[in-house]
Design a protein around this ligand. Structure first.
Ligand code: GDP
Ligand code: MN
Length: 391
C-alpha cells in the first residue's frame, strides 16, 4: 500500500526522523489557515505540495514555493483540483485532492537515502547518494559509483558503524554528520517496524544552518503486514488506486490491468504468468493479470468477467483453470452460470485441466453458450490466435 508524503512524514516524525513541519489541506481556506499557523511559528517561506501517489511532482508543476500567505493561497487554488501529470502517473495524470503546506527549507545540498529489500542478497539494503533530488534510477545508470550501499544482516540489525559509514559517504561533517547518522538509524527503524517495502527520502537536505532534514518522503507498506498496523491501514486512499483493481480486491481477486488485447482469468499466480506467456506466444498481448485464487466458483468468475470486459481493448478472453482441489466439472458449471449472467461480447476460450477435465470440457461443449473449449494449452493458444485474427 502506498502512502502520501504527508502520511509518510507523520510516521517518520514519530520515529524521530527529522522532517519539515507541515500541515495537510483539502481546501484553499485550510491551506491559508495552515500557512498562517506556520507563519506564527516562524515560517517566512512556504512550499505548496500536491499530495498524489506519484513522484516527479515538482517537474509536473505540483510543488511550488510561496513567499507569502497570499502566494500560498494562489498556488493552493491552482494545484487543488488540477490533474497532475508526472512520469509516474501515466499520460492520464492524477487529480489532486490534497495539498501539503510546509515551512520552506533553505537548501544547501540535496541527497538521496532509501531503504528496501535486496531480494538477491536476502537482506535489507540502505542506499545513499550525494546526487539527491534527481531520479535514483538515472543515477544508478549513469553514475553508479555515486550510490553507496549497506546491507543489513537480519539477525543483527543495522549497526551504528554502518550508519556512520553512509553519512561519511555523503560527505557530511560535524553537526550534520551526527544528525545524518541519527537520521539513517531512525529511518531504518521506521522501515522495519512499519513493515515497509520501501522508505525513500529524495531529497534529504543539508540546510544553510547545517541541519539534515527530509524534504520529501515515500513509504510503501507490505499489504500482507497491514493486518498488524491498523493505524497505517486507515491511511489508505482509494482515490489514488485504480477503481477496477479496488473492485477486484473486494471480490478477493488479484487483478492488475495491462495494455494488451486478450483478457485472462486463471487460478494461481504462477499459472497466470504462464498463461500470459502463452497469450504472447499466440501473437496477442495480455490485457490483464487476474488470479481468482483457490475459489474458481460462479461468483468469482462472474466478477472476473465483468472486470475484464470493462477494458475496451479486450478482443478475447482466455480462462485457464487447473482443477486441483476444485474439480473441472464444477468450474465448468461456474463458468457457464457466470457467462449466462454477463453479456460476453468477445470470443471466450476456456481451458480446463486437472481433475475431471474431460467432464468439464463436455459440459462446456454441451452448453448453449458460445465457448471454445480446450484441454491442452496448445489448443487454447491456437483458439486465442484465431479469435484475435493473427496468423
Ligand atoms: P517530487 O518532485 O515529487 O519528488 O517532490 P519533492 O518533495 O522532492 O520536491 C521537488 C523539489 O522541490 C525538491 O527536489 C526541491 O528541489 C524542491 N523543494 C521541495 N521542498 C523545498 C523546500 O522546502 N525548499 C526549497 N528550497 N526547495 C524545495
Ligand atoms: Mn522527491
Amino acid at each position: 500500500m502506498k502512502l502520501h508524503e504527508y502520511q509518510a512524514k507523520d510516521i517518520l516524525n514519530e520515529y524521530g526522523v527529522a522532517v519539515q513541519p507541515g500541515v495537510v489541506a483539502e481546501s484553499v481556506d485550510e491551506a491559508v489557515e495552515a500557512a498562517k499557523n506556520l507563519e506564527a511559528e516562524g515560517a517566512s517561506m512556504f512550499v505548496v505540495k500536491a499530495q498524489i501517489h506519484a513522484g516527479g511532482r515538482g517537474k509536473g508543476g505540483g510543488v511550488k514555493l510561496a513567499r507569502s500567505v497570499e502566494e500560498v493561497e494562489e498556488h493552493a487554488s491552482n494545484i487543488l483540483g488540477m490533474t497532475l501529470k508526472t512520469h509516474q502517473t501515466g499520460p492520464e495524470g492524477q487529480l489532486v485532492r490534497k495539498i501539503l503546506i510546509v515551512d520552506a527549507v533553505d537548501i544547501e545540498k540535496e541527497f538521496y537515502v532509501g531503504v528496501t529489500l535486496d531480494r538477491e542478497k536476502s537482506m535489507n539494503v540502505i542506499m545513499v547518494s550525494s546526487e539527491g533530488g534527481v531520479e535514483i534510477e538515472t543515477v544508478a545508470e549513469e553514475t553508479p559509483e555515486a550510490i553507496h550501499k549497506a546491507w543489513i544482516d537480519p539477525t543483527i540489525g543495522l549497526r551504528p558503524f554502518q550508519a556512520r559509514r553512509l553519512a561519511f559517504a555523503l560527505g557530511l561533517e560535524g553537526k550534520a554528520f551526527k544528525q545524518g547518522v541519527r537520521f539513517i538509524m531512525a529511518l531504518y527503524k521506521a522501515f522495519e517496524e512499519t513493515d515497509s517495502t520501501i522508505a525513500e527520502i529524495n531529497p534529504l537536505v543539508l540546510t544553510g544552518d547545517g541541519d539534515v532534514i527530509a524534504v520529501d518522503a515515500k513509504i510503501n507498506i507490505d499489504d500482507n503486514a497491514l493486518f498488524r498496523h491498523d493505524d497505517i491501514a486507515a491511511m489508505r486512499d482509494i482515490h489514488e488506486e485504480d477503481p477496477t483493481e479496488v473492485e477486484a480486491g473486494e471480490h478477493g481477486l488479484s487483478y492488475i490491468k495491462l495494455d494488451g488485447n486478450v483478457g485472462c482469468m486463471v487460478n494461481g499466480a504462477g499459472l497466470a504468468m504462464a498463461t500470459m506467456d502463452i497469450i504472447k506466444l499466440a501473437g496477442g498481448e495480455p490485457a490483464n493479470f487476474l488470479d481468482v485464487g483457490g475459489s474458481a466458483n460462479a461468483e468469482t468468475v462472474e466478477a472476473g468477467f465483468r472486470i475484464i470486459l470493462k477494458d475496451e481493448n479486450v478482443e478475447a478472453i482466455l480462462v485457464n483453470i487447473f482443477g486441483g482441489i476444485v474439480r473441472c466439472d464444477r468450474v465448468a458449471k461456474g463458468v457457464i452460470q457466470a457467462a449466462n449472467n454477463v453479456d460476453i461480447t468477445v470470443p471466450l476460450i476456456v481451458r480446463l485441466q486437472g481433475t475431471n477435465a474431460e467432464e468439464g470440457k463436455a459440459l462446456l461443449d454441451e452448453s448453449d453458450i458460445e465457448i471454445e473449449s480446450a484441454v491442452l494449452l496448445k489448443e487454447a493458444a491456437e483458439k486465442v490466435q484465431s479469435a484475435i485474427g493473427v496468423a
